[in-house]
Design a protein around this ligand. Structure first.
Ligand code: HEC
Length: 154
């Protein structure tokens, strides 16, 4: 009985390893992983087009349908760069957090943005779509804002 039990366990382990191998191979082909790998060299505009536009639309016009995605065009809330940066860092209601530590992301496709990338995309939306805020936010400015903590609810 013990040998049978041991044999089954080993078989399960082998199967688990095989499945893990298949999953790893599938992930390598997944284009979203390529996006993550190349994200470190992109501009605020690229980040907007790849990530934010999906909800806020190509010209920041927002959308109301299955959900409410506020417009960023002519958006007076963007006068506060802190509000915009905190929204990207921590998420807000139905908007995901983009600086959640990787520990919180194992089961979600949310991309992680660095402080510099948050600054770039905030600068982009504050200077496009009819917004004309001159002040430029830096990675250091963003670093001083509270970030979601490891162990916090995603
Ligand atoms: C999955 C959809 C989704 C994505 C992707 C997304 N957002 Fe949002 N965003 C929302 C929703 C929903 C809100 C409204 C949150 C609320 O209820 O106040 C919002 C709110 C905002 C606000 C506040 C606007 C206001 O007028 O209050 C800003 C700024 C913003 N998003 C910027 C961004 C940027 C920059 C990105 C890309 C890094 C981004 N969002 C990606 C869904 C999204």
């Amino acid at each position: 009985m013990r040998a049978l039990f041991g044999g089954l366990t080993l078989r399960r382990l082998v199967i688990a390893l095989l499945v893990a191998g298949i999953v790893a191979a599938a992930q390598a082909d997944d284009p979203s992983f390529a996006v993550m790998a190349t994200l470190s060299n992109v501009s605020g505009e690229d980040i907007y087009n790849r990530i934010c536009q999906g909800c806020h639309m190509a010209h920041g016009e927002g959308a109301i349908g299955a959900g409410r995605y506020p417009k960023l065009a002519d958006d007076s809330t963007l006068a506060s760069w802190r509000y915009a940066a905190l929204t990207v860092l921590q998420g807000r209601n139905n908007m995901p957090a983009f600086s959640a530590p990787p520990q919180l992301e194992w089961d979600s496709p949310t991309l992680h943005l660095s402080d510099a990338q948050v600054a770039d995309v905030v600068n982009y939306v504050r200077s496009h779509f009819g917004n004309n805020y001159k002040e430029r936010v830096t990675a250091d400015d963003v670093a001083k804002l509270p970030h979601p903590a490891v162990g916090a609810a995603p």
